[in-house]
Design a protein around this ligand. Structure first.
Ligand code: GAP
Length: 461
C-alpha cells in the first residue's frame, strides 16, 4: 500500500488534499495522470451501463436536494456508524471496524445497545491507534450526513441542507421525470456518476474510505415479480464488466450480506483483494419497493407505474449497482503494480489495460540534439494523436530512462524515431521501434502499422 501511495504522489496520480496547509483528512486531489485514469474508468462504466444498454439512460442530478429527501430516505435518522472516543487522546474509532480487525463479527447496522454490549466484551483487546490506550467512551451512533447552510438563513442553523450522502437518491426522486419524458418502460434503469459526501469517523486506507468521493450508481426499476430474476442478471453483468477492466479474477470474490436491512431482499458485494485483505469494491442490492414508497410518502406524490398493456398500477421494485470511483481506481492500481528485473536492472511497472492507461503511448526521438530526428518524431506524434490524444512526448535523458518512466505510469507502448526512420537504411525508411511495456520487447514497424496496433489495443469493446 505504501508503494502505491508513494507512486501516486511521485508520478502525479493522487495528491493529499491541502497538503501545503498540513492536509485535510479523508479528501484527495487527482493529479494529471490520476484524472486521466479516473476519466477512463468512468467512461468505461458509462459505456457498459448506458451506451451498451437500450434499457438504461443517464442522469446528472444535483448534489444539494431538498432536506426532506434525506428525511424520507431514512438518512437523517439511520445513516450512522458506531463511534467511540479514546478518553486519553480523544482519537475517535469506528467500533464495528475495530471489532472486525480483532476477528469479531460486527456491523454498522447494529443498534447502539447491541454494539455497546459487544464492545464491552472486547474492550481489553482494542487499543487506541494513536496512544495505545484501552479506555474508550461508550459507543454512540454518529450520523454521516454532511450538513450545510445552503438555503438555511436561521442563525442557529436549525434547518440544514445536506451534501448528498449517496447519488442514488437523485435517481429515485427523478424516476417519474425520466419515465414521463422518455419512452422507457419497465424494466429500465437510470445511471449516474457523481460526488457523494460522508462524515466518515476514521477515513482510511487511502482512496478506500474518503469523506468526499465519487459514486457510479445504477438503479434498475422492475415489476415486483421480476425483481429477483433481474437481480441475478445484474450480478452476472457487473461481474463481467469488472473483469473487463483487466482486474485479475483471482483477486475478486462475491460476498453476501449476512445482516440485511429490513426491506432488502438480497445483497451481495464484489470484493477485491486489497493489500489489507478482501474488502468491498461495489454492492449489488435488491431493495424491493422501499425507496419509491418512502419518497411517495415523504412527498405526497404518487410514484406508481401504470402498465398500459395490463392496466395495472404498482410501485416498481429496485435493484441497484453501486460502486466508488476511488475504490476502483485503487483496485486497478494494486492489481497492475509489478516489480521485476529488466536487462539486469530492477523496475516498477503498471500492467494496466491499454484502454484505461492514462497515457496510451510515448513518442521519443532517439537523440534530442538532432533536429531532423526531433522534427520527424513530432510528425509521428501528431499522426498518432489522431488515434488518441494521450500520446506523450519525452526527449529527456537516455532512452532506457525514458522507457522506465513510462513503465511506471503504465504506458503500454513507446515509439522511438531513429536514423533508420529517416532512411539511413533505405529499406527501413518510415519505420520505427515499438516497445512493449510488459516484456520490454521491441519490434520494427511502419508508422501506419503502429497506429493500427495502438488503435486495436485501446479499443473499448
Ligand atoms: N446507494 C448505495 C450505497 O451508497 P454504499 O455501500 O454505502 O451503498 C456504495 O456505497 C459504494 O460507494 C461502495 O461499494 C464503495 O465503492 C463506495 N463508497 C462508499 N463509501 C465510500 C467512502 N467513504 N469512500 C470511498 N468510496 C466509498
Amino acid at each position: 500500500m505504501e508503494k502505491i501511495v508513494s507512486l501516486c504522489k511521485r508520478r502525479g496520480f493522487v495528491f493529499p488534499s491541502s497538503e501545503i496547509y498540513g492536509g485535510f483528512a479523508g479528501v484527495y486531489d487527482f493529479g494529471p495522470l490520476g484524472v486521466e485514469l479516473e476519466n477512463n474508468l468512468k467512461a468505461q462504466w458509462w459505456k457498459k451501463m448506458v451506451y451498451d444498454r437500450d434499457d438504461i439512460v443517464g442522469l446528472d442530478s444535483s448534489i444539494f436536494m431538498s432536506p426532506r429527501i434525506w428525511e424520507a430516505s431514512g438518512h437523517t435518522k439511520g445513516f450512522s456508524d458506531p463511534m467511540a472516543e479514546c478518553k486519553k487522546c480523544n482519537t475517535r474509532i469506528r467500533v464495528d471496524k475495530a471489532l472486525e480487525a480483532i476477528g469479531v463479527t460486527a456491523d454498522e447496522k447494529m443498534s447502539e445497545e447491541e454494539i455497546n454490549k459487544l464492545f464491552d466484551a472486547h474492550r481489553a483487546d482494542i487499543a487506541c491507534e494513536k496512544c495505545g490506550g484501552h479506555d474508550f467512551s461508550e459507543v454512540k451512533k454518529f450520523n454521516l450526513l454532511v450538513k450545510s447552510n445552503l438555503g438555511d438563513f436561521t442563525e442557529q442553523g436549525t434547518d440544514p441542507s445536506y451534501l448528498r450522502g449517496e447519488t442514488c437518491q437523485g435517481i429515485y426522486v427523478n424516476y417519474k421525470n425520466v419515465l414521463d419524458s422518455s419512452p422507457m418502460k419497465l424494466p429500465f434503469g437510470i445511471a449516474q456518476i457523481g460526488k457523494a459526501f460522508r462524515n466518515e469517523i476514521s477515513p482510511r486506507q487511502f482512496l478506500f474510505r474518503m469523506r468526499e468521493f465519487e459514486q457510479m450508481e445504477m438503479q434498475y426499476f422492475t415489476r415486483p415479480e421480476e425483481e429477483m430474476a433481474e437481480y441475478k442478471k445484474l450480478k452476472a453483468y457487473r461481474w463481467n464488466v469488472v473483469l473487463d477492466l483487466g482486474l485479475q479474477e483471482k483477486n475478486l470474490r462475491w460476498k453476501q450480506h449476512e445482516n440485511l436491512v429490513f426491506y432488502a431482499k438480497d445483497a451481495w458485494d464484489i470484493e477485491y483483494a486489497f493489500p489489507w485483505g478482501f474488502d468491498e469494491l461495489e454492492g449489488i442490492h435488491a431493495r424491493g419497493d422501499y425507496d419509491l414508497t418512502q419518497h411517495a410518502k415523504g412527498s405526497g406524490k404518487t410514484l406508481d407505474y401504470f402498465d398500459q398493456d395490463s392496466g395495472e398500477r404498482f410501485v416498481p421494485h429496485i435493484i441497484e449497482s453501486s460502486g466508488g470511483v476511488g475504490r476502483l481506481f485503487l483496485a486497478v492500481l494494486v492489481d497492475a503494480y509489478r516489480e521485476d528485473e529488466l536487462n539486469g536492472e530492477p523496475r516498477i511497472y503498471l500492467a494496466l489495460e491499454p484502454k484505461i492507461a492514462p497515457v496510451k503511448a510515448m513518442v521519443a526521438p532517439l537523440l534530442k540534439n538532432k533536429p531532423e530526428l526531433v522534427e520527424k518524431a513530432k510528425t509521428v506524434r501528431k499522426e498518432l494523436q489522431n488515434v488518441h490524444p494521450q500520446i506523450a512526448w519525452d526527449d529527456n535523458g537516455n532512452i532506457g530512462k525514458r522507457y522506465r518512466r513510462q513503465d511506471e505510469i503504465g504506458t503500454p507502448f513507446c515509439i522511438t524515431i531513429d536514423f533508420d526512420t529517416l532512411g539511413e537504411k533505405p529499406e527501413l525508411k518510415d519505420t520505427v521501434t515499438l516497445r512493449h511495456r510488459d516484456t520490454g520487447e521491441q519490434e520494427r514497424l511502419s508508422i501506419s502499422d503502429v497506429a493500427e496496433r495502438i488503435k486495436n489495443a485501446i479499443a473499448v469493446r
